[in-house]
Structure formats: structure tokens, C-alpha cells
Design a protein around this ligand. Structure first.
Ligand SMILES: Nc1ncnc2c1ncn2[C@@H]1O[C@H](COP(=O)(O)OP(=O)(O)OP(=O)(O)O)[C@@H](O)[C@H]1O
Ligand SMILES: [Mg+2]
Length: 164
């Protein structure tokens, strides 16, 4: 989890390379209407997000039913979004990749071939609700080497869930 440009996809790729687990990129679960809004720089509202989050939750449920571990990227900025993903899915454990606004702006401005325009970053940062103490997971700074971030996520996961 984390705002655009924080390194979710990059860190997830490192995790998947190490673990060989099935991987879902949360962005690919957005309905076409949401993708169009984001491309036009229009922030999504929660009514846009529920079907997206539910589709992702269903994918997680299918992995659980199959007894599989998995890696999922999802901004999951609000507690209510995370609660939707987690409800009925005891395997869910969040890794917040946390990067400072200055570093984020540099990364997002440099990035090409991606539908998230830099102007959406401010609304993302305003929306972000950090993990609360009763939520399962860990917060890791995303400013170090991506492989290092992945290693820290795995160490925390192994300590708490004995997997990874
Ligand atoms: N630890 C890191 N150190 C340096 N650069 C990084 C790191 N992690 C990611 N980046 C770079 O920052 C940019 C954004 O990373 P990435 O696409 O993984 O973010 P994201 O959280 O998946 O964003 P989005 O929500 O928009 O998909 C990329 O150009 C990536 O190469
Ligand atoms: Mg991504």
C-alpha cells in the first residue's frame, strides 16, 4: 500500500521474484471508467473505488480458497478501503511503502508511460490514512534500495506470520 510513486509495483516485483507467489497489480482491477478519470486528472471518489476494491478482495478470496500465498499492490489509502480488503480474509497483511512528498514528486514527474499524472499526487497525500495499531502489517520507508525495502517487508512478514 501507499500513494502513487511510492514504489508499490517496484517492491512487489522484488517480492515476487524472491517468493514466486501469484501477483495481482491493483491498478489492473479498475473499471475502464476509473482509468479514464485518472487519465484526465480527475480524482476518484469513493463510489468509484468500491467496485475496484471488491474485485481485488474477490481475487484475494480466491487465493485463500486455493490455499495460496499472494502479493497484491493496492494504494489502499484509507482505513475503510483496507477494511474492505481484509474483511473475511484473514491472510491479508499490509506493507505500507512510505516515501516523502519531495522524493515522490521527483519520481512521478520523471516517470513516463503511466496513467497517473503528477497532479493527482497531492490529493493522494491528503487522502492517505496511515496504518493503525490494530491493523496487521508494517510501515517501511520506500527511499532505500528497492531490494532492501522488499527484504524489510519479508523480515516483518516472517516474524508476524511465519511465511515468506
Ligand atoms: N526504492 C526506490 N528507489 C528509487 N526509485 C524507486 C524506488 N522504488 C520505486 N522507484 C521508482 O519510482 C517510480 C515509481 O515507482 P512504482 O511505479 O513502483 O510506484 P507505485 O507505488 O507502484 O506507483 P503507482 O501507484 O502510480 O502505480 C518508478 O520510476 C520506480 O522505478
Ligand atoms: Mg504501481
Amino acid at each position: 500500500m501507499g500513494v502513487s510513486g511510492t514504489g508499490k509495483t517496484t517492491v512487489a516485483e522484488h517480492l515476487v521474484e524472491r517468493l514466486g507467489w501469484p501477483f495481482a497489480e491493483g491498478d489492473t482491477f479498475h473499471p475502464a471508467a476509473n482509468v479514464a478519470k485518472m487519465r484526465d486528472g480527475i480524482p476518484l471518489v469513493d463510489d468509484d473505488r468500491w467496485p475496484w476494491l471488491q474485485a481485488l478482495a474477490d481475487w484475494i478470496g480466491a487465493r485463500e480458497a486455493a490455499g495460496e500465498n499472494a502479493v497484491v499492490t493496492c494504494s489502499a489509502l484509507k482505513r475503510s478501503y483496507r477494511d474492505l480488503l481484509r474483511t473475511g480474509h484473514p491472510s491479508v497483511w499490509f506493507a505500507h511503502v512510505d516515501t516523502s512528498p519531495d522524493v515522490l514528486r521527483k519520481r512521478v514527474t520523471k516517470r513516463t508511460g503511466h496513467y497517473m499524472p503528477p497532479s493527482l499526487l497531492d490529493s493522494q497525500l491528503a487522502t492517505l490514512e496511515r496504518l493503525e495499531s490494530d491493523e496487521p502489517g508494517v510501515t517501511i520507508t520506500g527511499e532505500g534500495d528497492a531490494d532492501d525495502v522488499a527484504a524489510q517487508v519479508l523480515a516483518a512478514l516472517a516474524a508476524e506470520r511465519r511465511v515468506g
